[in-house]
Design a protein around this ligand. Structure first.
Ligand code: NDP
Length: 309
């Protein structure tokens, strides 16, 4: 059976739930499908100290629980489920959940987020939250005065290293090649910063420690030997992958898979389909900016529906 929905929201991070709060209050009767990681990327962060309004900070999972409650308070229908297929060729848009449930949506808000890429080594999982992180802006504060390593050679890694250099005693930038991928301006900034040391042509091997990280074993390709650097934190910054695979061929995406929206709006190339949060933002990637675009998407969905009437 096909279920009709006025405003279907995919994703349950700050973008999805903020869209839901606004859509519910505008009487769009939103349904949120939580997706693969209910609560989104913040559920794997420890403390969130930069979201306005939480003067004493709050943990990521607690914050997402509050956002969910707030969305539900206004009548949002929050459900388990992952969108597996969409047909955006005509309205109402067809969205298949979990491979077998069909929904017809008058408006669709895509807030499916992005996932940090990980190295795929066992110790990285074991120390996640205990010295391993994929977000310097979220977790850097806990490493004040300590030594840390950042893995990667792109703009994200350089930005993370630069941010951490202001808080930490020493930052090692571990890069697998002898040339950075980051923009020239970013490279210059890194190379000029005194407490950043680039370990060129070094491949990450193992993160070590007891309960918390106290070292990082990297392989020096040129010297053909393993080296242990004494660090208390390892930040993985080898890129993010927007969760946009199912929209390929229907929505305009940039070369990295981020959904393209009209500047200053959350409108995609298909009228009635809006994108908010990290799935359309590779620059800011903050909970508060995601929430901001979630709000925009709901307001735009509401205006779109009123224009149709
Ligand atoms: P990128 O894909 O640009 O860089 C990823 C980096 O990680 C590369 O240096 C890559 O190495 C390295 N890497 C990938 N896999 C591994 C692995 N398994 N082991 C070790 N190293 C690995 O991702 P970014 O997130 O840095 O950037 C994504 C996009 O967002 C880019 O277009 C970037 O310019 C943009 N961006 C812009 C910013 C800004 O303008 N302020 C800020 C942040 C991002 P290698 O180089 O050898 O491939």
């Amino acid at each position: 059976m096909e279920e009709k929905i006025k405003c279907l929201i995919l994703g349950s991070g700050p973008a999805g739930y903020t869209a839901a709060i606004y859509a519910a209050r505008a009487d769009l009767k939103p349904v949120v499908f939580q997706g693969l990681q209910p609560g989104g990327q913040l559920t794997i962060t420890s403390e969130v100290e930069n979201f306005p309004g939480f003067a004493d900070g709050i943990t990521g999972p607690e914050m997402m629980e509050l956002l969910k409650k707030q969305a539900e308070r206004f009548g949002t229908d929050v459900r388990w489920g992952i969108a597996t297929e969409v047909d955006l060729s005509k309205r109402p848009f067809k969205v298949i959940i979990d491979g077998d449930k069909t929904f017809l949506a008058e408006t669709l808000i895509i807030a499916t987020g992005a996932s940090a890429r990980w190295l795929g080594i066992e110790s990285e999982k074991r120390f996640n939250g205990f010295g391993v992180s994929a977000c310097a802006t979220c977790d850097g504060f806990f490493y004040r005065g300590l030594d840390v390593a950042v893995v990667g050679g792109g703009d994200t890694a350089c930005e993370e290293a630069s941010y951490l250099s202001k808080l930490c005693k020493k930052v090692y930038l571990v890069h697998r090649r002898d040339e950075l991928r980051a923009s020239k301006a970013m490279q210059n900034r890194i190379l000029k910063t005194k407490n950043i040391e680039v370990l060129w042509s070094h491949i990450p091997k193992e993160i070590v420690g007891d309960k918390n990280v106290d070292g990082f074993i990297v392989h020096d390709i040129k010297g053909n030997k393993d080296v242990k650097i004494d660090v208390q934190g390892v930040f993985i910054a080898i890129g993010h992958k927007p969760n946009s695979d199912i929209f390929k061929g229907q929505l305009n995406l940039d070369e990295n898979g981020y959904i393209l929206t009209k500047p200053g709006t959350t409108q995609t190339n298909i009228e009635g389909v809006f994108a908010a949060g990290d799935v359309q933002d590779h620059v800011f990637r903050q909970a508060v900016t995601a929430a901001g675009t979630g709000c925009m998407a709901a307001i735009e969905a509401e205006r779109f529906l009123s224009d149709q009437e």
